[in-house]
Design a protein around this ligand. Structure first.
Ligand SMILES: Nc1nc2c(ncn2[C@@H]2O[C@H](COP(=O)(O)OP(=O)(O)OP(=O)(O)O)[C@@H](O)[C@H]2O)c(=O)[nH]1
Length: 386
């Protein structure tokens, strides 16, 4: 399919943007993304599976009632026996699916339901055709349509299920002794129906994958700063509450480092806005490196203000990390002839710590770090204060 996402050129590289650019006409992403998509689709299709199960059970029971009217009494017992066995398996699968605990079993259970319905329907047609060749076989197409559209299967899974059902039908008709020309006619009808289902399913899965990539990319854009790739203030506010709760629950300390580049206005004035942007990106990369543990967070708060949120860190170590960060910018040696504090670009850092068990709001921790930053600026910049 053609790629209409020209706007991706203006977005920072990410696995989602890369995959959108690369395309996915074979309905497959790169390995990591494919795993993420499959987990997402299983979660997403849970409600669909519940509805599909209810619809399938109702239709199956309705057809059982119809069988009592149209299947000759000599074969009705067998037909009803198949209906009961299929119904029982459906109910067991439904009980497991609805518990939701067995999320890893959701896919095999859904495929089992489709296969049991399809093979059961094929058997019933075979049994009925032994007595009455006019018994409708088209119901098999309903099972395939459910596989393509109703259960949330991927195209390859839906095709696999439908082919097994088609094979079961051919065997059942062979057992029933249906004349070959009629069998060919019926198989062709089912095959064409499957073709239509497969094309529809392809288009749906393509759109579902596209939606997955775009929605993940949008989330990434909404929570990250476009210039540096760091978390933005919105993401910081959102994650801070979560980290605070986790720190309190686990009895771990937290530290907030507020970082502000010194004399950045003068830097812009001396070297231009574009050079200023590049300097901000270099600072962003240093913060990214400093936030190396999974629960640490490097943030661009706006302009030339950054923050580093460190999880499970005591006051002494937090000061050391702040000092290391300050030194790393100084050591980067980005010339700054307009600065009063040094000949290179530097930053001032205010540190605030939160001990376990101390109830604190983000605003309080922020104020504390801001006061320390103000002190660092007032005492000559290019320093760490607490
Ligand atoms: N290049 C560039 N400049 C920015 C960006 N955002 C903010 N700035 C500039 O950052 C400068 C911040 O200036 P001030 O708030 O006066 O701070 P300062 O000059 O660093 O002074 P001190 O913090 O007191 O050392 C302003 O000139 C803004 O235009 C950006 O995204 N890119």
């Amino acid at each position: 399919m053609p790629n209409y996402h020209a706007w991706l050129d203006e977005v920072r590289p990410s696995p989602y943007a890369d995959q959108l650019n690369l395309g996915f006409r074979w309905l497959r992403f790169s390995r990591g993304l494919e795993r993420e998509y499959r987990t997402y689709i299983i979660e997403e299709s849970f409600d669909l599976k519940r509805i599909a199960l209810s619809v399938a059970t109702v239709i199956w029971l309705a057809l059982a009632a119809l069988d009592m009217l149209v299947v000759p009494a000599s074969h009705l017992g067998w037909v009803l026996a198949v209906r009961v066995v299929v119904l029982l398996i459906l109910l067991v699968c439904a009980a497991l699916i609805l518990q939701r605990r067995h999320i890893h079993l959701l896919l095999p259970l859904s495929m089992t339901c489709i296969l049991v319905l399809g093979v059961g329907a094929a058997l019933i047609v075979g049994i009925a055709h032994r007595a009455d060749p006019a018994y409708p076989y088209e119901g098999l197409l309903l099972v395939s349509m459910a596989a393509y559209f109703l259960v949330g299967l991927r195209l390859s899974e839906a095709i696999a299920c439908s082919l097994v059902v088609l094979l079961a039908y051919v065997l059942a008709e062979w057992f029933a002794g249906l004349p070959v020309p009629r069998l060919i006619n019926n198989v062709l009808f089912l095959a064409f129906g499957n073709l239509i289902g497969a094309v529809g399913c392809y288009l749906l899965e393509y759109k579902s994958r596209e939606y997955f990539l775009i929605s993940r990319l949008m989330r990434l854009l909404a929570y990250h700063d476009s210039l540096t790739g760091l978390h933005n203030r919105r993401s910081f506010n959102r994650q801070f509450e979560r980290l605070l709760r986790q720190a309190q629950r686990d009895g771990k300390p937290l530290a907030l480092l507020l970082c502000d580049i010194d004399h950045f206005k003068a830097y812009n004035d001396c070297y231009g806005h574009q050079a200023g942007d590049m300097a901000l990106q270099r600072v962003g990369a240093l913060l990214e490196q400093a936030a190396r543990r999974p629960l640490d967070m490097g943030v661009r708060l706006g302009g030339e203000e950054f923050a580093l949120l460190l999880f499970d860190i005591g006051a002494d170590e937090a000061l050391q990390r702040a000092e290391a960060l300050r030194q790393s910018l100084e050591a980067a040696g980005i010339a700054h002839r307009g600065s009063d504090s040094a000949q290179v670009l530097t930053m001032s850092i205010g540190v605030a710590c939160l001990s376990p068990g101390t109830p604190t709001e983000l605003s309080q921790l922020f104020e504390q770090a801001d006061r320390a930053l103000y002190e660092a600026k007032a005492f000559g910049r290019n320093r760490v204060a607490t």
